[in-house]
Ligand binder design. Structure first.
Ligand code: ZN
Length: 436
């Protein structure tokens, strides 16, 4: 079906301005943009008074969860039980359904490309094949997948969403196996995370040392794949940079030498405020976090901001992702990540939008295919009720979505009202503080 999006304000994320015009889409590709007329036989979609903007790219997603805070992945017996169930045949069948719904929710919230960074049993890779062939609930969504993350014994995610290599040789084999099973990238966990830290100030304790990181990166690069690394401390960032990592996930303060190394490789940092900010701002009643975890969340968040502010000065790209599946990181919440990023770093709405679209596309190496509304690019677009160049909540109200050749009218992403309510209140407060 060829579609003519008529009379919209067309948002140019590169220039940070919008202009009145129409967009012609043929076979899922933008054929023409501007003051144009429809061709015979095109479906006309009236966009009068609406804003046509690029689909968002979520660079840090786990599809296995909903973002509802749960004890089951906080370690201990409950987690053991859950992981055992997930790996059974009926468990996998349930997970397949959950992950496809999660991908559908991402799409219906204006995200047209996701990159998974640690999911169970190769289901993300399976789902990618399905959606790419135009099938299922998430068809239209473009996916880059990692499969399981890789780490060392005691590393972040070990035994859950990460496989463990006990030696350099084992990690090399796991890397080869992941690529053979369809991974587009390799995700590793270098430092610990907020939830696994036992002490104040230790969210970023290094678990995976340099030789192990280097082994994975060398093998992945030899196979033509990039490496994304979970990092939440300065030492972790050094190991990532000198080990050969391409993207530092979450972020931490960068030393000058590490930054130069990452920049020379054309690397990037992908910040994820969506878990850190609610954990730091919402009360203990909502988060169920103890003082240590709250303190560590704040530490991680400050490190992230320092990293995001430093990176451009070193020529390092900054990308955005939600860490969906973590507590309070819902699959419908990418729009909030833009808001959090703007509030924490002081960048404008227009800059946050550019980062989440064209910027993220550049990090993925697909800026010639998506990330902005230009002729020849894939028709990845959200038509919004308000101007995303000035309104950080614009993607929370979507009229139409175009994802390649899929067209969705009045999308209703699956949302969890009780969590949305808490987050909406927090976002409103953040915005009014930003204005004030
Ligand atoms: Zn993650």
């Amino acid at each position: 079906m060829d579609i003519f999006y008529k009379d919209a304000f067309i948002v140019d994320v590169e220039k940070g301005e919008s202009r009145k015009g129409s967009i012609a889409v043929k076979n899922g590709v933008i054929a023409e943009v501007g003051e144009i007329l429809p061709e015979k036989g095109m479906k006309i979609v009236d966009c009068e008074g609406l804003y046509a903007a690029p689909g968002l790219i979520n660079l840090h997603v786990h599809l296995f969860g909903t973002g509802r805070p749960a004890k089951a992945l906080g370690g201990g017996k409950a987690q053991e039980r859950l992981v055992k169930i997930v790996k059974s045949a009926p468990g996998k069948a349930v997970l397949r359904i959950l992950m496809e719904r999660a991908a559908e929710t991402e799409l219906k919230s204006g995200v047209t490309t996701v990159r998974t960074v640690g999911d169970f049993c190769g289901i993300d890779s399976e789902l990618k094949k399905k959606t790419a062939s135009g099938k299922g609930r998430a068809r239209g969504l473009r996916m880059f997948v990692s499969g399981y993350a890789l780490t060392v014994p005691g590393g972040h995610g070990a035994g859950t969403f990460a496989l463990v290599g006990n030696s350099v040789r084992e990690l090399e084999e796991l890397t080869e196996q992941a690529v053979a099973e369809g991974a587009d990238l390799i995700k590793i966990c270098i430092t610990g995370g907020v939830m696994d830290a036992k002490k104040r100030g230790e969210p970023g304790e290094v678990r995976m040392e340099l030789p192990y990181v280097k082994a994975v990166c060398d093998r992945a690069h030899a196979l033509g794949k990039r490496v994304a690394a979970h990092v939440q401390s300065k030492r972790g960032a050094e190991i990532a940079a000198f080990g050969g990592v391409d993207t530092i996930e979450h972020g931490a303060p960068l030393g000058a030498e590490a930054a130069a190394e990452l920049a020379a490789r054309g690397g990037a940092v992908v910040v994820t405020y969506s878990p850190a900010l609610p954990n730091a701002k919402l009360g203990a009643e909502a988060t169920k976090l103890n003082e240590t975890a709250k303190f560590n969340s704040e530490t991680v968040m400050k490190g992230m901001t320092e990293c995001a502010l430093q990176a451009p000065a070193y020529g390092i790209k900054v990308g955005l992702g939600t860490d969906a599946s973590c507590p309070f990181c819902t699959q419908s919440g990418m729009w909030r990540e833009l808001l959090y990023y703007s509030v924490c770093t002081g960048v404008s709405a227009a800059e946050a939008l550019k980062t989440a679209t064209l910027g993220n596309a550049r990090i993925l190496g697909i800026a010639d295919e998506t990330g902005s509304l230009e002729a020849g690019k894939r028709a990845d677009m959200a038509v919004l009720f308000s101007d995303p160049l000035s309104d950080l909540t614009a993607y929370s109200r979507i009229k139409y979505i175009s994802a390649g050749d899929r067209f969705i009218k009045d999308p209703r992403p699956s949302r969890m009202p009780e969590i949305e309510k808490l987050l909406d209140k927090m976002c409103a407060e953040l915005l009014s503080a930003q204005r004030g």
